[in-house]
Write a protein that binds this ligand. Structure first.
Ligand code: ATP
Length: 476
């Protein structure tokens, strides 16, 4: 059967073809930390660039910044992360394994008949909302939920566990020098709101975008790069007039979904999940969920955050963070609608959608192959240049084509192995176009172009290759 894919298929493929490796693999890896290999780094960069351009180039009123990972420690007090960025956890006393309470209960709910499972989750939601830790522990005990490792129900009390990593700034190890690795990129935008607004003479509504690393000491870190301890976010904070936020929230919901669909992914692989229970600072929030090999899960969040963050920073810093609206002749703290997507999660979405196993039962295909049907604009290598043989002047023509194309897009040259084998290797890394130089090229200056998805081949003039590929990889 064609195109059955599991998470394990994706993980193996990413490793075998140089997309993603476990971190420090020769030391047996580090939990929930991954390194991007030669093709993974290219694909990740292309996704990041596409997002960046969609935000900053295609919207005249959005600019991008690059704030530091380290920030003043008071930032995280003001944002609420010091007090609230924690999850209720429970440890099994026999195995010492720590679980996030909601994940433990959710996992158990999945094993129950639907109605019972839903009732359990409703009860859990209620207890979580009330911060009733004793109640949560009783719920686990009443349902006799066991630790997957020890198989026992010997649980500790439920406790809060902060997800931020801390470290020391400078050489004096007192409390004053304790700082955090940022758990989200958004705060770098909030604290620079006035700097950017003033120096860029930005008028509301306007946005500030940023991509960068974020760190969370996730307890249940699993499902490959879906949940990592070090990951990258692509966030945009859009500053609007108080009262206009719902209009912009709807705008960004629609605009972000269009961006996802522009990746060539079918609409039925996505859904919105509107939050019913809102964070105290939000007046609307939803997730864009994608159907991963393990089910529909959040890939992006869109949140209407009111004026909470700027107000908090104004209070904690003592610096005025108001905007003067010349049309209204009024000072106010802007409201914020944010879009927040994980780059690694987006990578995983793109690659799991692109991965296909085609075998003999696929109509019209004559051979087995693994192919990554990546959008051409995102593919790590855009063009493979393949002389049919290593002699008769063919490599020289191929090299000339490489020289002509490589300033414009990423190319790959290979002259070893049978041509079919070389095509298969390019299919597996998602190269959309292969050009073969053969003996006929010497006679009539034409080459064979082979298209990855259809595997069709046609002859085209050698001189047209560069522009043809340039056309096909256009972002917009
Ligand atoms: P989740 O509920 O999955 O933990 P979240 O709601 O805490 O996610 P946000 O704080 O809204 O996530 O972060 C925005 C985006 O950052 C998420 O939609 C996700 O794509 C990404 N993200 C968050 N945590 C991680 C992580 N540990 N590893 C990889 N990506 C992450």
């Amino acid at each position: 059967m064609a195109n059955e894919k599991t998470l394990q298929d994706i993980i193996s493929h990413c490793k075998e073809y140089g997309f993603i490796f476990p971190s420090s693999e020769i030391y047996d890896g580090l939990g929930a930390v991954y390194d991007y290999g030669q093709y993974g780094a290219e694909l990740k960069k292309n996704i990041r660039d596409y997002w960046w351009k969609s935000m900053t180039q295609m919207h005249e009123n959005i600019v991008g910044i690059d704030a530091a990972i380290f920030m003043h420690p008071t930032v995280w007090k003001a944002s609420g992360h010091v007090d609230n960025f924690s999850d209720p956890m429970i440890d099994n006393k026999d195995s010492q394994k720590r679980y996030r309470v909601d994940h433990l209960l959710e996992g158990f709910a999945e094993t129950l008949p639907a109605e019972q499972g839903e009732a359990l989750l409703a009860k859990m939601d209620q207890l979580l909302a009330e911060n009733d830790f004793a109640g949560l522990k009783s719920l686990i005990e009443e349902n006799k939920i066991k630790c997957a490792i020890s198989g026992t129900c010997n649980w500790t009390d439920v406790r809060q566990f902060n997800l931020m990593f801390s470290t020391q700034l400078g050489s004096v190890s007192d409390e004053a020098s304790e700082i955090y690795l940022r758990p989200e990129t958004a705060q770098g935008i909030f604290v620079n709101f006035l700097n950017v607004q003033k120096t860029g003479r930005m008028k509301i509504p306007f946005g500030i975008a940023q991509t960068g690393k974020a760190f969370r000491n996730e307890i249940v870190a699993r499902q490959f790069i879906f949940r990592m301890r070090e990951f990258e976010q692509m966030e945009m904070q859009f500053f609007v007039r108080p009262g206009d936020q719902m209009k912009w929230y709807e705008y960004w919901k629609e605009t972000r979904m269009k961006w996802h669909l522009s990746l060539g992914i079918a609409a039925d692989k996505y859904r919105f999940h509107d939050h019913v229970k809102l964070a105290h600072y939000a007046d609307a929030a939803c997730d864009i969920e994608f159907e991963f090999p393990f089910g529909f899960k959040e890939v992006e969040g869109i949140h209407s955050r009111t004026d909470f963050d700027l107000k908090q920073h104004q209070e904690f810093s003592g610096k005025k963070l108001t905007y003067f609206d010349t049309e209204l002749n009024q000072h106010y703290i802007p409201y914020v609608v944010e879009t927040s997507i994980g780059l690694d999660r987006c990578f995983m979405m793109v690659i799991s959608e692109a991965y296909e196993l085609e075998d003999l039962s696929t109509p019209g295909k004559e051979d087995n192959r693994v192919v990554l049907k990546l959008p051409a604009m995102l593919a790590p290598i855009k063009l493979a240049v393949l002389p049919l043989t290593k002699k008769d002047g063919l490599p020289e023509i191929a090299r000339e084509l490489m020289e002509q194309c490589k300033p414009y897009f990423k190319c790959f040259y290979e002259e070893k192995d049978a041509i079919g084998k070389r095509y298969r290797r390019q299919d597996a890394i998602g190269t959309p176009f292969c050009i073969t130089i053969d003996h006929q090229t010497k006679e009539d200056q034409t080459v064979t172009i082979r298209y990855r998805d259809s595997m069709q081949q046609e002859r085209i003039p050698l001189a047209s290759v560069k522009n043809l590929i340039m056309d096909k990889i256009q972002l917009f």
